[in-house]
Design a protein. Structure first.
Length: 262
């Protein structure tokens, strides 16, 4: 069976089909597009049929292939981590600007989602705390983009930390430390000048989400109480009461900015 025949007969859209074929073949999508006449053997066809069925059932493509591009790099992801999204890439950009002492402002980075920025002190940052690190995409990307400071990725989930450790091993970044701890507690007790960065759970509990999100991504990393502030509030309180915190850059819902603790 040829690649072209599989594409023509697939019930999925062309992009998803091409990416799944590439995954089964261990090739790039460019290879799939350039070689429509290539023959796929029976075991590969059977595997592809199973993956197509998973996609039909709403499973995100990233969880089927086990990878998601973030800042131009392929990160490993599982059901234990959020799938990185473009809004979070904007968080990374703002952290890089903050560390270069450029002017950084709170702004909406996606529909209804903002990057909240607050600078507390102008002393030189000596470390970056990434709370709710998940797959480690923020912490590791900062290191890969040239941040040489110690970067500590914190998550309460042991399973998420294991995924982040695999990504750290993949990209070989020695200045990233990963730890399973309560984020607010780490922030409260950190003793060097630091920048707090976080993509915390911020969706109000009970919010109806798309099936691809609700059924396949970890609820502990999505939902945070009635107003979606159950994690954000203690995290910000810990940051504001620690004189070593130089500032905060956080992803949240735009409507939550006016409800943040003073």
């Amino acid at each position: 069976m040829t690649i072209q025949h599989l594409i023509d007969t697939s019930c999925l859209d062309r992009l998803d089909t091409e990416l799944l074929i590439a995954h089964v073949l261990g090739q790039t999508r460019s290879f799939v597009i350039a070689h429509p006449e290539a023959v796929i053997d029976e075991p590969q066809s059977s595997m592809l049929a199973l993956l197509i069925k998973r996609r039909e059932n709403g499973e995100p493509l990233s969880l089927i292939t086990g990878t998601k591009e973030f800042f131009g790099r392929e990160f490993l992801v599982t059901r234990d981590t959020l799938i990185p999204r473009p809004a979070t890439e904007a968080i990374v950009e703002k952290v890089l600007q903050f560390l270069r002492n450029e002017e950084v402002k709170t702004e909406e980075v996606d529909s209804g989602i903002s990057a909240y920025v607050c600078r507390y002190h102008n002393v030189p940052v000596q470390a970056v705390l990434d709370v709710g690190t998940g797959s480690g995409c923020i912490a590791l990307t900062l290191a890969l983009e040239g941040v040489r400071l110690p970067i500590i990725g914190v998550d309460t989930s042991h399973a998420a930390i294991k995924v982040a450790e695999k990504n750290r091993a993949k990209f070989i970044v020695p200045n990233v430390q990963l730890t399973q701890e309560d984020g607010a507690n780490v922030v409260r007790n950190f003793h060097r000048p630091f920048l707090l960065v976080s993509n915390p759970p911020y969706i109000p509990t009970g919010t109806i989400l798309e099936k691809t999100v609700h059924d396949f991504e970890p609820h502990r990393a999505l939902f945070a109480g009635k107003d979606g502030l159950d994690v954000i509030t203690p995290l910000l309180m810990a940051a504001r009461h620690n004189p070593n915190c130089c500032g905060v850059i956080m992803e949240l819902k735009t409507e939550q900015i006016g409800k943040l603790p003073e």
